[in-house]
Every structure is written in C-alpha cells, then in structure tokens.
Ligand binder design. Structure first.
Ligand code: FMC
Length: 265
C-alpha cells in the first residue's frame, strides 16, 4: 500500500546532489500537548514568540531560539478556546503544521509526542520509538482506492545512522482521533502490524508530504494499549515522567542532527 512515488523521500541519493547539500539549519518540532513541550522549551532555552506568525485569533504557540547550529522552532496547537485543554488530535495538528511550515520553511520537521504502545510488538512504558511507517486507523472508506486513501499507509524517511547511533526502538505508527480503540480500529491496527498509536502523526505527515519536508516521528510510550490498565488512567499516570524521558531522547536526536546533512541521517 506504499505509494510508488514517495514525496517525503527527499534525501538525495545522487553523489553530486549530496555534495551540494548543506547541513540542516532549521528545525520545526510539532508537539500536541504543552506538558510534552515545556521540558524541551527550557532544555533548548527557547522563548515564546511575542510576534507570532499565526493569526491573532488562534491558540497556537511558537517557541523559538538558536541551539548549537540550529534554528529551533517548537509549535503547539495550544488550549482549546471552549474547553481550555490541549488541542490534541489530527485537525489542530494539521492546521498548526500547515501554518508553521508555510511561515518558517523548516529543513526538517520532528513530530514529538507521547503514544500508546503494543506489548505484543514489544513496547513498554517509557520506551522511545522512531516511526518507520505511518497510517490512519479510523478513516474507513470501503470503496476501491478510497479505502487506501483513507488508511494512507506509507513509509517515513529512512534515518539509518540516527537509529543505529541512538539505539531507539523502531516501529509502525498508526494515528486516529480517539485515545481509546474501537474493535474496527483494532482490526486495522493489527492488520498493519502497528507498534505505536497516537492522535497526530499521520495528519502531520499528510501536511509535510504536501510540502515535501522530511519528517521524523519520535514517540515515547505512556500506556500499553493491549495491557491490563485502562488507557486514560495509565496515560495520565505516566505523562509527566514520560515527558522527561522524551526530553532526553529528543535532545539526543537534535544533537545528532546538528551539523549534519539530511543524507547523513
Ligand atoms: N492512543 C492514542 N494517542 C495516545 C495514546 C494512545 N494510547 N497515548 N498517548 C497518546 C497521545 C496522543 O497523540 C495525544 O496527543 C495525547 O497523547 C492523548 O490525548
């Protein structure tokens, strides 16, 4: 189900193109929840944008600054105007990614966040994964070809050196707009051999594909989906500790990217 021409596979393979390629200089990190973002904002010593590139009426927040040789932007969709909670899920993730990619023209996007993991695929709470593939599991359109469009299963850019050097686990990521999992979602998730489940990844990939911006998905496991504990309870229990593990992992990723070209990743 992987499309034959993959728009995120922009890492040059031609040796001449590689020579001309410059090191990554601008990094956009898209994060759904403020509690996930704040440890990284302070780690990279970023400041909140007072003169945001976003329209005045939206709750999206941009933090930015220079870290080593990198211009780093962290964007979050902010708090929902009606309910005051983080705007998690695909709609706000796609919108804030669209606006940020347009305004900031990053060399690379990182989608960082917590996720559920499947113990049947070896995932444990606190593990950090890099996604090798992404798909949607709640877009069911049982009409030929629309069914594949709905799932939109595809591979992510390959970063063999990053995986080897940092030793993170790798696995397939599946995205849907619910924290829980219906039996239909479960069927598709199992059929796709998913290891990680989140609520934003594939939506962010959809947008970065449109603009051909290479994207890396770093996901830290807060809950075991096929475990004993109810997902919401386990998620809330582990969110702050896992956010700290994520800070360590993302710092390693950013340090690794610093000074390198896309083709070195
Ligand atoms: N299923 C789906 N999403 C998540 C998850 C799970 N078991 N655990 N953690 C998450 C992520 C989602 O991507 C959201 O941003 C947030 O944490 C939960 O609302």
């Amino acid at each position: 189900m992987v499309p034959s021409k993959d728009p995120t596979q922009t890492v040059p393979t031609d040796p001449q193109e590689q020579q001309e390629e410059r090191p990554v200089s601008s990094l956009l990190i898209v994060i759904a929840m403020q509690a996930e973002a704040l440890p990284l904002v302070s780690k990279f010593n970023l400041s909140e944008d007072q003169d945001s590139p976003f329209p005045k009426c939206v709750p999206w927040i941009r933090y930015h600054g220079k870290y080593k040789d990198l211009e780093i932007n962290i964007v979050i969709p902010g708090k929902d105007a009606m309910f005051g909670v983080d705007s998690v899920g695909t709609v706000s993730a796609a919108l804030v990614t669209y606006a940020s990619v347009q305004a900031l023209k990053p060399d690379i996007v990182l989608n960082v966040g917590t996720a559920g993991g499947f113990k049947v695929k070896g995932a444990c709470v606190g593990d950090v994964y890099l996604a090798t593939d992404i798909a949607f599991h709640d877009r069911r359109i049982p009409i030929p070809v629309f069914d594949q469009y709905g799932v939109r299963s595809r591979t992510t850019i390959s970063t063999p050196n990053l995986v080897k050097e940092l030793g993170f686990k790798v696995g397939k990521l599946s995205t849907g707009d619910s924290l829980d999992m219906s039996s239909q979602d479960e069927e598709l998730i199992r059929a796709n051999e998913t290891t990680i489940k989140d609520m934003e990844g594939a939506a962010i990939a959809y947008v970065t594909d449109l603009f051909s911006v290479p994207t890396i998905f770093v996901k830290a496991i807060t809950d075991v989906v096929d475990g004993e504990k109810p997902t919401a309870e386990e998620f809330l229990e582990n969110l702050s500790t896992v956010a700290l593990a994520m800070e360590v992992a993302v710092t390693q990723v950013v340090d690794f990217i610093n000074g390198k070209r896309l083709s070195d990743l």
